[in-house]
Ligand binder design. Structure first.
Ligand code: P53
Length: 477
């Protein structure tokens, strides 16, 4: 047994292109699904408009203009001691509409420059291919991932990136939080995950399973192609992990919690084992859900399994069985209850550090693969004092408590963990609400929810704290 994290543990930070780059229509970039989303609030998701409208404010259009500030920002990451930096490649910089054959050279060049800048400081780039930013044209022309053609478009994009960056990027993930769309009764996740707008009256759930299937096949094909381009690539999936606890030890509540876990995490079974678990096949049969799944698809899934599981962890959930729910079916809009044992953020996210240790153990038990925490963090309001300092002790407390549990998972439980990249290491646009003032960063960016501000960067108290965490390999918290 060791009492330390491994020496090559990848400490860093995580972002997604659409949430910080801005420059939404610069150098040939096309509009993505993120470019037609407005600002919501602490209690409501953002809304989706039909195309880009003149009178609306779209926070991702400028974001924090990382596109023009990346050198300054990466320098700050290096100052914190980052060993790695997770970002995504905006699909629309490479293929502005998504269905072109030839990529946009200016977009490819931007990521060459960005990765070179990271490598200059020995910062390993960790890259997500699809992070809530597919070309909007693929939505209007093809209906997003409800269309099988999207498999080829994605694979073409993946192959282009793998080929171009094969000597600069080793760690990849295919689809960010592919399982968010298990919440298909709301519009947000199906749109951001899959570019899906529901038609009135259609079977939302069936559409979701179909889209997810095409994505899983696309991921499996990409994994295979990636491995032929560079056998040293490590290609992972990416799951939003929030364990669901039963309200109490009432057996039906416990079974309900298990059934919810199955529905939220079957995606990982397909990524890792290359096949669907029985519970899903049975569920489709019982609900007469018939999908377009071919023999070739099933063969692809088997051949394109992932090397590791990337995960986000922010919170845990709790549930209680509804008496009328005969089959223990999961409806996220109805089945989650408040957990009285934990605190909540200003956005109602339940703060549960032990849940991180729990889910790292659970994933290890079920999948036996290396894990990588590629998101964790605390969205909060920050206040800049008159002297320019920002005392975000609440953020330090959140991260400290989670890193403690992460260390226990590795040191006491034997979890194989590759690294830890807290979310939004620099303030950026919230995915769920579009707010700038739901801040996660170690670096403050002067900009508000209405888009006003100088974009000036400043170090928060947590900046110096995280610097010391990395320097001590997680021992000085
Ligand atoms: P925001 C919901 C639940 C958990 C994670 O989220 C989620 C979401 C979607 O909002 O998304 C991930 O910005 C996602 C990031 C996102 C981050 O969590 O809503 O991968 O893009 O910014 C935090 O506070």
């Amino acid at each position: 047994m060791t009492n330390k994290l491994p020496n090559n543990f990848l400490w860093g930070g995580a972002v997604a292109a659409h949430q910080l780059e801005g420059a939404w229509n610069v150098d040939g970039k096309g509009p993505s699904v993120a470019d037609v989303m407005t600002v919501g609030s602490t209690t409501s998701y953002r809304s989706i408009t039909e195309g880009v409208l003149d009178f609306e404010y779209y926070p991702n259009h400028e974001a924090i203009d990382f596109y023009h500030h990346y050198k300054e920002d990466i320098k700050l990451f290096a100052e914190m001691g980052f060993k790695c930096f997770r970002t995504s490649i905006a699909w629309t910089r490479i293929f502005p509409k998504g269905d072109e054959h030839e990529p946009n050279e200016a977009g490819l060049q931007f990521y060459d420059d960005l990765f070179d800048e990271c490598l200059k400081y020995n910062i390993e780039p960790i890259v997500t291919l699809s992070h809530f930013e597919m070309p909007y044209h693929l939505v209007t022309e093809y209906g997003g991932f409800r269309n099988r053609k999207l498999i080829d478009f994605f694979v073409n994009f993946a192959e282009t990136c793998f080929t171009r960056y094969q000597s600069k990027v080793k760690y990849w993930m295919t689809f960010n939080e592919i399982n968010n769309q298990a919440n298909f009764n709301e519009d947000f996740a199906p749109f951001t995950n899959s570019g899906i707008f529901y038609q009135p009256g259609e079977n939302r759930e069936a559409v979701m399973y179909q889209a997810a299937h095409y994505e899983l096949v696309a991921s499996a094909k990409a994994v295979q192609i990636g491995k032929t381009i560079n056998p040293n690539f490590e290609i992972g999936c990416m799951m939003a992990m929030s364990p669901v606890y039963p309200e109490n030890c009432q057996p039906k509540n416990n079974l309900m919690a298990l059934k919810i876990m199955e529905k939220r995490y079957y995606f990982a079974d397909v990524h890792v084992f290359g096949s669907y678990p029985n519970h899903i096949l049975n569920y489709w049969k019982r609900n007469k859900i018939t999908l377009d799944i071919t023999e070739e698809d099933l063969a692809e899934l088997k051949k394109g399994t992932v090397d590791y599981i990337g995960l986000s962890y922010y919170m845990s959930h709790a549930t209680k069985h509804r008496p009328d729910n005969t089959y223990y079916d999961y409806d996220e809009t109805k089945d989650l209850i408040k957990n009285e044992f934990v605190e909540r953020s200003d956005w109602g996210w339940q703060i549960d550090p032990v849940g991180l240790r729990y889910i790292l153990n659970w994933l290890t038990d079920v999948y036996r693969l290396p894990l990588f925490i590629v998101e964790n963090g605390f969205g909060a309001y920050d206040k800049k004092e008159a002297d320019g300092t920002i005392h975000d002790t609440y953020r330090i407390n959140y991260l400290k408590a989670h890193i403690e549990q992460m260390r226990l998972a590795v040191i006491e439980d034997g979890v194989d963990l590759m690294g830890y990249t807290p979310w939004g290491c620099i303030d950026l646009v919230s995915a769920g609400t579009g707010e700038m003032e739901k801040r996660y960063g170690f670096i403050f960016v002067d900009k508000d929810n209405q888009g006003q501000g100088t974009l000036e960067r400043s170090r928060k108290e947590s900046f110096y704290w995280y610097q010391q965490v990395i320097q001590s390999n997680g021992e000085q918290l």
